[in-house]
Structures are given as structure tokens and as C-alpha cells.
Design a binder for this molecule. Structure first.
Ligand SMILES: *[C@@H]1O[C@H](CO)[C@@H](O)[C@H](O)[C@H]1NC(C)=O
Ligand SMILES: *[C@@H]1O[C@H](CO)[C@@H](O)[C@H](O)[C@H]1NC(C)=O
Ligand SMILES: *[C@@H]1O[C@H](CO)[C@@H](O)[C@H](O)[C@H]1NC(C)=O
Ligand SMILES: *[C@@H]1O[C@H](CO)[C@@H](O)[C@H](O)[C@H]1NC(C)=O
Ligand SMILES: *[C@@H]1O[C@H](CO)[C@@H](O)[C@H](O)[C@H]1NC(C)=O
Ligand SMILES: [Cu+2]
Length: 216
């Protein structure tokens, strides 16, 4: 899938693979190394930080898997490396393909955030059978952060969030998020099978791209 997807970058806006971090702006994106901890291979801090609010922040993703576990963490500082020690949103399960807008983020007061504090947000997801997927966004906190532009942070049709059936982090789960309606344990062989099924359904959703991939 890796090489065919690389050949299909023209379809990127139609059929996004894995997931995209759209807002606050990601450092960059390389889907081939999105599984590289801590920031999907994007190790250089952006020179262009998004001004982001101290309370009621929003994070916009595009989901390329039919379901995925998602967690959001933060590290304070100008270049915090991999010190994503604070959880902003604990692991939950997202369901559905397309745009996904997480709302209501507030930083814990224990972090002593003030206007002008720099930090980096880390979004961890899964959805593939081989561990976590990552991206990061560099921000500057401001209590006067501008509102997110209209249309940037929305939920696609059928995109929703449910409680996760795991308590660990998305990068520590073996398989995809569980689908609603499946009654058995989220771990082990059945989960691995569901992960495979999810990947297949995601591929089918990319109808034109998948057809071209067969030719390639
Ligand atoms: C800087 O970031 C803002 C917000 O993400 C974006 O609108 C703008 O185009 C960026 N500017 C440059 C030069 O990258
Ligand atoms: C935050 O980062 C910007 C560069 O993106 C830098 O100019 C500024 O001094 C930093 N702020 C603090 C408080 O270190
Ligand atoms: C998963 O991500 C968290 C948050 O950044 C990190 O603390 C942990 O070490 C990661 N685990 C693995 C197995 O990479
Ligand atoms: C926040 O400020 C308090 C009081 O000054 C201090 O004890 C604490 O260590 C600070 N926390 C951080 C994360 O800097
Ligand atoms: C998108 O859906 C999630 C999960 O249901 C919800 O928490 C969030 O508030 C929604 N976003 C918007 C912009 O309504
Ligand atoms: Cu993927």
C-alpha cells in the first residue's frame, strides 16, 4: 500500500491516508513515516506557530480509517522534543471517514500557561495494525486567539466519537479501534481481524484510487 499511495498523491485531497492534522497547522506531513514517534517524522519545530486559545481550543483532523483510537497530548516549551507528558484528551474511539473536529480543549492550570507560552500539541492515533500514527502542531497560547476560520473545523457526515474499549494509548494497541456492535474483547486475534477489515473498507472508500492502485 505504501508505494501505491505515494503514487497517488494527486488523490490526497480526496482520499487521505492514515490521518491529517489540519488545525492547528501540522509541522508537516509524510504519510510514509507517520508512524515515527513522536511527530510522524516531523522533528523540526515550525517557525510559524498557530496562535491557539488557553481554553475552548479546537483541533481539526481528517480521518482516513473507518475507525481509530485518538489521544491528544501537549508538551510545553519552544522545542520540547518528545516530552508529551500532559494528556489534553484521553484515548477515545473515533468512527467514520473524513473531517473530524475535536472541541473544548482547555489546558490544565497546573501547567502555568500564560499568553505567549509556546507549546507543541501531539495527536496520536492508530487504525493500522502496526502501532501508532503521529503528528504535531507548534502553537503559541493566547487568551485572544482568533476564532477558527469558518469551515476549517467541522465533522463530516457520520463522523462521531465513542468511548474507547481500551485504556492504553493508541500507539500501544495492536490493532484498530473496535467497531460498534462487536461484542467481544477488543484485544487479541479478533481485533486484528477487525483491523484488517477496517483497512479493506477504507481502501474501498477510496474507490477511484483503489482501482488505479490495482493497475499500478
Ligand atoms: C502560518 O500559519 C498560518 C496559520 O496556520 C497560515 O494561515 C499561514 O499561511 C502560515 N504562513 C506561512 C508563511 O507559512
Ligand atoms: C515562542 O516562539 C517564537 C518563535 O516561534 C519566539 O519568537 C518566541 O520568543 C517564543 N516565546 C517564548 C516565550 O519563548
Ligand atoms: C506513545 O505515545 C506516548 C505519548 O507521546 C508516549 O509517552 C509513549 O512513550 C508512546 N509509546 C510508544 C510505544 O511509542
Ligand atoms: C507552576 O507554578 C507553581 C507555583 O509557582 C510551581 O510550583 C509549579 O512548579 C509550576 N508548574 C510548572 C509545570 O511549571
Ligand atoms: C464533532 O464530533 C465530536 C464527537 O461527537 C464532538 O465532540 C465535537 O464537538 C464535534 N465538533 C463540532 C464542531 O461540532
Ligand atoms: Cu493508515
Amino acid at each position: 500500500m505504501k508505494t501505491t499511495l505515494t503514487a497517488l498523491t494527486a488523490f490526497a485531497s480526496l482520499a487521505s491516508a492514515h490521518f491529517n492534522l489540519n488545525y492547528p497547522a501540522a509541522r508537516g506531513f509524510d504519510e510514509d513515516i507517520l508512524g515515527t514517534f513522536p511527530c510522524g517524522g516531523q522533528n523540526t519545530v515550525s517557525s510559524n506557530r498557530t496562535v491557539w486559545p488557553i481554553s475552548n481550543g479546537e483541533i481539526a483532523l481528517t480521518m482516513g480509517h473507518i475507525d481509530a483510537n485518538v489521544e491528544v497530548l501537549i508538551a510545553v516549551g519552544n522545542n520540547p522534543g518528545s516530552a508529551f507528558n500532559t494528556v489534553l484528551r484521553k484515548t477515545f474511539t473515533e468512527q467514520g471517514l473524513g473531517t473530524f473536529c475535536m472541541t473544548g480543549f482547555s489546558v490544565p492550570s497546573s501547567l502555568n500557561i500564560t499568553d505567549g507560552t509556546n507549546a507543541t500539541i501531539q495527536v496520536v492515533t492508530n487504525g493500522d495494525s502496526n502501532g501508532g500514527l503521529y503528528n504535531c502542531a507548534d502553537i503559541t497560547f493566547s487568551s485572544n486567539a482568533p476564532a477558527v476560520a469558518s469551515g476549517v473545523c467541522t465533522n463530516g457526515t457520520g463522523v462521531t466519537a465513542v468511548a474507547a474499549t481500551i485504556s492504553s494509548q493508541p500507539n500501544e494497541t495492536v490493532a484498530s479501534a473496535t467497531s460498534s456492535g462487536s461484542g467481544t474483547s477488543a484485544m487479541g486475534k479478533s481485533a486484528a481481524v477487525r483491523g484488517f477489515v477496517s483497512a479493506g473498507a477504507g481502501g474501498l472508500a477510496m474507490a477511484g484510487a483503489a482501482a488505479l492502485a490495482i493497475v499500478l
